[in-house]
Each structure stands twice: as structure tokens, then as C-alpha cells.
Design a protein around this ligand. Structure first.
Ligand code: PGA
Length: 239
């Protein structure tokens, strides 16, 4: 499998103009790169950058979804709407959704099922907080997130992103050696060889280690995906 590099733009950038500019620069920068699969997950209202500038070697992803097909759910977006818009991947259960929007493992499970049913690939985010890590609860947290998140779901249909919460947006990434241990632990819990991404303060300098040394199949990138040059360098460095 080619390294899968997923850009999570979160609630950025502020304008469609900036989003187009960022997308265009990344597209230009990786024009000749065939050895990586790149997915960009912009805010929903900026999906149109893909219609304007469709690019074969960049796929569209979403940062979240609701599990219902349609109906009176003010403010929500359904899996079929995402697929219709050209999405192929959907991030589910990101720690920011679990923390700020109180998303539960049961809701994560419903979202995973709905995304699979709509024939897209869900990226299930799991990871422990600094406090949980300090208390030695990492394994317990990951087991819970995997067991409840994947309840009645075939792991063959998903991608897992290990994102230690203490490493997200902090500039304090997980050490490569520890990340490798975590990858093996998650592999054991799932009891199946699913593609696994690492996320948490990934940049162009540390990206390669997670793939070539720690054995991850790809990366989930936040902050560094908002700077075109940095993101292009990151992609080049893992190829
Ligand atoms: P970061 O975010 O790269 O800015 O740490 C990663 C994520 O939240 O997916």
C-alpha cells in the first residue's frame, strides 16, 4: 500500500479563496508524485474547491458525518450527501469531536456503520489523553474505543488512526519507538491487519519515521497540512 497522507484542515482556512489557493499549491507541488495517496478533508462549505480543480492524485475526505440517511436533523450532513459530493474517506471520532461535542463510542460506531454502508472508507481516530497516559490507562482506553467503536463492524472495512491526544497540535509528537509499540498494541487489540495512520504534531521532518521505522501505513496531519510548502515537503519525504 502506498503511504496514505490525510490532511485534516479542521475549521480552516477562513475563506474559500484561501482554501483554493492552498489546494492549488498542494496540487501543483505533488503533481508528479505517484508514490503516495493524498486525501484532503476541508470544511464542508469548501468542498467546491474539488469541483473547480479536480485532481486525480488528491482524494476528497470529510471531517465528520451524521449517521442518518436524510430527514429533520438540523445542521447535519448525511453519508450519502458526502458520497454524492465526491468524498471517499471520512474521519470519525476525532478527539476534538469527542471532547468538544461529547461524541460517544456508540455514536462513533453508528457513524462508522453508516459510512461503510455508503461505500466510503472511514478513518477511526483513537488515542489517550495526557492524564490517561500518566495513569497507565492507555491500553484500557484504546481497548474501549476499539471494542465499542467497532461493535458489529468488520475491521477489514476501516482505517485506524492512532492519535495520542497529548500530541495533537502541541508540537510534542509521540516518539517513533513509542509509536511503534502503540501500533503493535492496537494491532493486537484489533486482532487483524488494518491500515494504520499516526497523527499528532506530524511535520515534514518527523513524517518519514512513522512510516519507515514505526511501520504505520500513513499519517493524519493537522497543522502542517495548512502550509502548502510544508505539506508538499512532508509528502515528498515519505515517498
Ligand atoms: P496536528 O493535528 O497535526 O495539528 O497535531 C492532527 C489531528 O488532529 O488530526
Amino acid at each position: 500500500m502506498k503511504p496514505l497522507i490525510v490532511a485534516n484542515w479542521k475549521m480552516n482556512p477562513e475563506t474559500l479563496k484561501e482554501a483554493k489557493k492552498l489546494f492549488d499549491s498542494v496540487k501543483r507541488g505533488i503533481k508528479n508524485i505517484k508514490k503516495a495517496e493524498v486525501v484532503i478533508c476541508p470544511p464542508y462549505v469548501q468542498f467546491s474547491i474539488f469541483n473547480f480543480q479536480f485532481s486525480n492524485n488528491i482524494k476528497l475526505g470529510a471531517q465528520d458525518v451524521f449517521w442518518k440517511k436524510e430527514g429533520a436533523y438540523t445542521g447535519e450532513i448525511s453519508p450519502l450527501m458526502l458520497r454524492d459530493a465526491g468524498c471517499q474517506y471520512v474521519i470519525i471520532g476525532h478527539s476534538e469531536r469527542r471532547t468538544y461535542f461529547k461524541e460517544t463510542d456508540e455514536q462513533v460506531n453508528k457513524k462508522l456503520k453508516a459510512v461503510i454502508e455508503a461505500k466510503m472508507t472511514p478513518i477511526l481516530c483513537i488515542g489517550e489523553t495526557k492524564e490517561e497516559r500518566g495513569l497507565g490507562k492507555t491500553k484500557e482506553i484504546l481497548e474501549r474505543e476499539i471494542k465499542l467503536g467497532l461493535n458489529k463492524i468488520s475491521a477489514s472495512k476501516i482505517i485506524v488512526a492512532y492519535e495520542p491526544i497529548w500530541a495533537i497540535g502541541t508540537g510534542n509528537p509521540c516518539e517513533i519507538e513509542e509509536a511503534q509499540k502503540m501500533r503493535l498494541l492496537i494491532r493486537k487489540i484489533i486482532a487483524r491487519d488494518v491500515p494504520m495512520l499516526y497523527g499528532g504534531s506530524v511535520n515534514s521532518r518527523n513524517a518519514e519515521g512513522y512510516i519507515k521505522e514505526a511501520g504505520f501505513q500513513g499519517l493524519l496531519v493537522g497543522g502542517a497540512s495548512l502550509k502548502a510548502e510544508e505539506f508538499v515537503d512532508l509528502i515528498k519525504n515519505v515517498c
